[in-house]
Ligand binder design. Structure first.
Ligand code: NAP
Length: 329
């Protein structure tokens, strides 16, 4: 089968489209013939984390397709079922943090940028009927992350004001739709005027440039909950814009990881800072019920053919996307 593989050279230079052995079926697992697969920023990071002396690795965490083989012991899935893949391995029940041994598809295990993948049966759910294959393939990782950020950690509620810096992000386009469905007011930022316009079309109530003076632009706003994933470039601006006693949930650091904060201002302001990452199988099921109930569809910016992998990775690296991009396989 054809697969996008990383090997030998660090970074995107180590990517190629190769023939790879089709995975065998095992007990309690299903094999999925993939139709589409979504890209995440993690796929770029994996090309640096996967060691150059390790065997070739198929990248990719997100995918959707049709079950073409069922292992012994599988009860709730059958041949021909249309499914989406939950890329979080080993996190079944809701808990404060992922359990020891939690992994994400696409490192260390082979991922979804291939014609077939074998995954534990508990990691597939029936494809929501209102989604196209493109929408289903780009949904899992980003929508699950946004769901836990907004609801489990951020506890967003009707009437809250939520702020989302860097709205081009795949995860944050879901966060915008989830927050609006929950009845919140949503402020977004982006470095691009065009992305701000796109976000307004999706329901954003206020939109400002990331590089602007937020305190000046948003002087009449009171931000209850801010979702921070840009990292060093914006973290302190984010901390300064939330109301006293307000909350930041952070799940990423697209720029640098390390930030310095004024701890005295922090404790006098009675702020809350929460971390979040992905989510459990239970949250994945809840997220699917939520998007079905509210008829939410992923924001698909662009799909690439699997052979256009170089273009697709560069497009994401250069943050040209508004929402999700993915492969048709
Ligand atoms: N912990 C988890 O479970 C988890 C899950 C998913 C993602 N993540 C992490 O969360 C982050 C976002 O993920 P994603 O896939 O949604 O990202 P993405 O689609 O790559 O988007 C990141 C956004 O950040 C903004 N940005 C990038 N560089 C910037 C800079 N120098 N200054 C200001 N803004 C900048 C851009 O927004 P504009 O283009 O609008 O300016 C960009 O669209 C990544 O770091 C990712 O690794 C973590």
């Amino acid at each position: 089968m054809k697969a996008i593989v990383h090997e030998k050279t660090e970074g995107l230079e180590g990517l190629s489209l190769k023939d790879f052995n089709q995975p065998d079926i095992e007990d309690n697992m299903v094999r999925v013939k993939l139709k589409t697969a979504g890209l995440n920023r993690r796929d770029i990071a994996v090309t640096s984390r996967h060691k150059t002396d390790q065997p070739p690795l198929i990248l990719g965490s997100d995918g959707a397709g049709v079950i073409d083989s069922v292992g012994k012991g599988v009860r709730y899935m059958a041949l021909g079922d249309e499914v989406i893949i939950n890329p979080g391995l080993g996190w079944k029940k809701n808990s404060d943090a992922p359990p020891e041994g939690f992994e994400i598809l696409g490192l260390p295990d082979h991922g979804t940028f291939a014609e077939y993948i074998t995954v534990p049966a508990e990691n597939v759910e029936h494809k929501p009927k209102h989604l196209t294959w493109e929408e289903a393939g780009v949904l899992p990782l980003a929508a699950l992350t946004a769901y836990r950020v907004m609801f489990t950690r951020g506890k967003v509620k009707e009437g809250d004001t939520v702020m989302l810096p860097g709205i081009g992000s795949g995860v944050l386009t879901f966060a915008l739709k989830f927050a609006k469905a929950a009845g919140a007011r949503v402020i977004v930022t982006s470095r691009s005027e065009e992305k701000l316009e796109n976000a307004k079309k999706l329901g954003a109530d206020a939109a400002v440039l990331t590089q602007s003076d937020w305190k000046e632009e948003l002087k009449d706003e009171s931000v209850d909950l801010l979702v921070e994933s840009i990292g060093q470039a914006t973290f302190n601006k984010s901390l300064e814009i939330i109301r006293k006693g307000g909350t930041i949930v952070t799940f990423g650091a697209t720029t640098e990881d390390e930030v310095t904060i004024d701890i005295r201002k922090f404790f006098y302001g009675q702020y809350n800072l929460l971390g979040s990452t992905m989510g459990s199988v239970e949250e994945f099921k809840e997220m699917i019920q939520f998007i079905e109930k509210h008829n939410i569809r992923p924001e698909v910016d662009r799909m690439f053919n699997i052979s256009e992998y170089k273009e697709a990775f560069s497009y994401l690296r250069d943050t040209k996307n508004f929402g999700k991009i993915g492969f048709t396989i």
